[in-house]
Design a protein around this ligand. Structure first.
Ligand code: BTN
Length: 252
């Protein structure tokens, strides 16, 4: 089934990721769950993901595979590329901030939470997407104001959430089908690089108790980040407990 072949619409739920996690045995691969009011959304690093009813776009999709080995980086790369492609179609100059945040003019407008459940021979991947669409500045806490924004607060555009949602589903399906074969990963990585906000820039990566300063030079063949520090080239084989600050970031 294509991504979005079945859409479960929930008026209110704690988290669309949790919903799909608990109900994944009932649904086929490609099922999408969307809610108007997410009451206990979570982001990476076990952080809370705040959403404003009617203003934020919050949905998750389930992809199940029986293949023996899955590429974790692929599941991180393809959704963010699809989201940025879709936003570009709305003439929103969105960029990717590694590992898979979406930013506009240096402010985060969206994030993706990937959760993987392996029970051989099947693996379920849940991809949760949160996008700030219609929030205004007052919807963000003082702490978030410097770093986060919405399409409305940054672009002064009132895009219809349902229109954006449908466009995202089309693009997610297209990019997934086009690039899922390993032979296509280089092409997907090229798209990722073209959309990256901090390629060849000075960055700092925060990885649990480590802080790595260097130049972000791209992705290796497996999709992991390559950073050149003063003394060596590092491959960061982590997508979960990492974050990045670029020199141009607004909160520096
Ligand atoms: C991040 O940047 O930390 C990732 C945020 C992901 C938020 C989305 S909203 C829909 C889905 N449900 C959740 O609880 N989280 C994801």
């Amino acid at each position: 089934m294509r991504i979005g072949g079945k859409i479960v619409r929930l008026e209110q739920i704690d988290s669309t990721n949790t919903y799909l996690k608990l109900n994944r045995h009932r649904y086929k691969s490609g099922t999408v769950a969307i809610t108007n009011t997410q009451t206990n959304g979570h982001g990476r690093h076990d952080k809370t993901w705040l959403s404003v009813p009617g203003k934020s776009l919050t949905f998750s999709l389930l992809l199940s595979t029986h293949s023996k080995s899955i590429s974790i980086p692929f599941f991180h790369l393809f959704p963010v590329v699809a989201i940025v492609q879709s936003l570009l179609k709305f003439k929103i100059d969105a960029k990717i901030k590694w590992p898979n945040d979406i930013e506009v003019r240096g402010k985060k407008i969206g994030g993706i939470l990937i959760e993987i459940f392996s029970h051989p021979p099947k693996t379920d991947v849940i991809i949760g997407i949160g996008l700030n669409v219609l929030e205004d500045a007052s919807d963000f806490t003082a702490e978030l104001k410097n770093q986060a924004g919405s399409i409305y607060s940054l672009e002064n555009r009132t895009i219809k959430k349902e229109e954006l949602f449908q466009s995202l589903l089309l693009e997610l399906n297209l990019i997934y089908e086009q690039y899922r074969d390993r032979s296509q990963w280089r092409a997907l990585q090229k798209l990722w690089r073209d959309q990256c906000a901090h390629l060849n820039e000075k960055i700092t990566i925060f990885q649990q108790d480590k802080k790595i300063k260097g130049i972000f030079v791209g992705l290796d063949d497996n999709g992991f980040a390559i950073v050149e520090t003063a003394s060596e080239q590092l491959i960061i084989q982590d997508y979960d407990y990492v974050s990045l600050r670029a020199e141009h970031d607004t909160d520096n």
